[in-house]
Design a protein around this ligand. Structure first.
Ligand SMILES: Cc1cc2nc3c(=O)[nH]c(=O)nc-3n(C[C@H](O)[C@H](O)[C@H](O)COP(=O)(O)OP(=O)(O)OC[C@H]3O[C@@H](n4cnc5c(N)ncnc54)[C@H](O)[C@@H]3O)c2cc1C
Ligand code: FES
Length: 258
């Protein structure tokens, strides 16, 4: 598998966050899929970094991502400027299940941090397909809330929760989700820190179908290096699954958290 070359069209930065638009040969993707991205920066860091697709336009040859600075790789992605070259391998991994949902029962998308970009892509696709979307986003403080304007542009007004109460309801995103579960949503889709995903999965158990997108440290991104293995429960037994290949999206029922 060979990465393709892309050119940075734009990079909108806000503090430690950046929204990147790349131009090149773009294969159509689905929400939940990701790319391994690596700048033209020599040997360090050596491996690409996985970033979820925020949106794509294969006809224009554009694909978008949102990145948060965590370490050296994400810092370099955040620092890219229009005209810079970048190498991308993707789309990779599976995706959130898009069909089979009753348009009369809205779905609930629940996320925080860098879990928000794939959910924003999912919100767009569901809206295009006529499925009602309720979007719950949580963050430590208002400055960590992501893509709120982008969601409003596609007609999804997110319910917000911040731990310090600086915007939206004071508390956790799971407080917002607990309220929505009372209205029997069609399904729940979640992405964000693992602690949040565990809490979401437990809340949904016996009340709503729940799909979560996992994060893992990745080497190759396409199933070869086994650095991203997680355990799932199938037929009563724990089995190894690669987050990059069989995931990153899993039915919460198979995760040994509940
Ligand atoms: C499928 C998938 C989709 C992702 N989508 C996005 C996205 O849309 N936007 C975004 O900003 N980030 C996303 N991430 C996370 C992103 O890949 C990591 O933040 C990035 O690889 C960190 O690289 P770095 O060189 O900046 O930091 P490093 O120097 O590699 O690591 C810095 C610190 O972060 C920890 N860390 C690194 N990667 C991860 C990880 N995946 N999970 C938990 N801890 C980690 C390391 O252990 C270390 O402590 C995604 C990850 C996965 C697996
Ligand atoms: S990242 Fe290499 S197998 Fe998943």
């Amino acid at each position: 598998m060979a990465p393709k070359s892309f050119t940075v069209v734009s990079n909108d930065t806000r503090g430690p966050y950046a929204t990147l638009t790349l131009r090149g040969e773009v294969i159509p993707s689905q929400p939940g899929q990701f790319y391994m991205l690596r700048g033209d920066w020599g040997l360090e860091p050596f491996l690409g970094r996985p970033l979820s697709i925020l949106g794509d336009d294969p006809v224009r040859g554009e694909v978008r991502f949102a990145v948060k600075i965590v370490g050296e790789g994400s810092r370099r992605l955040h620092a890219l400027r229009p005209g810079d070259r970048i190498y991308g391998l993707g789309p990779l991994g599976n995706h959130f299940p898009l069909s089979g949902w009753d348009p009369r029962s809205p779905v609930v998308l629940t996320g925080g941090g860098v879990g928000v970009p794939p959910l924003a892509f999912l919100a767009r696709r569901f809206s295009e397909n006529g499925v009602g979307v309720i979007f719950c986003q949580g963050a430590r403080t208002s400055e960590d809330l992501l893509l709120v304007e982008e969601l409003e542009e596609i007609g999804v007004s997110p319910h917000l929760a911040t731990e310090d109460g600086s915007l939206g309801q004071k508390g956790l995103v799971t407080d917002l989700l607990a309220r929505e579960l009372e209205f029997q949503p069609g399904a729940v889709f979640a992405c964000g820190p693992e602690g949040m995903l565990r809490a979401v999965a437990r809340l949904c158990k016996g009340r709503a179908r729940c799909f979560v997108s996992l994060e893992a440290q990745m080497g190759c991104g396409y199933g070869v290096c086994l650095s991203c293995v997680t355990q799932v429960l199938e037929e009563g037994r724990e089995k190894n699954r690669r987050v990059c290949k069989e995931g990153p999206v899993f039915d919460a029922e198979v995760l040994p958290w509940l």
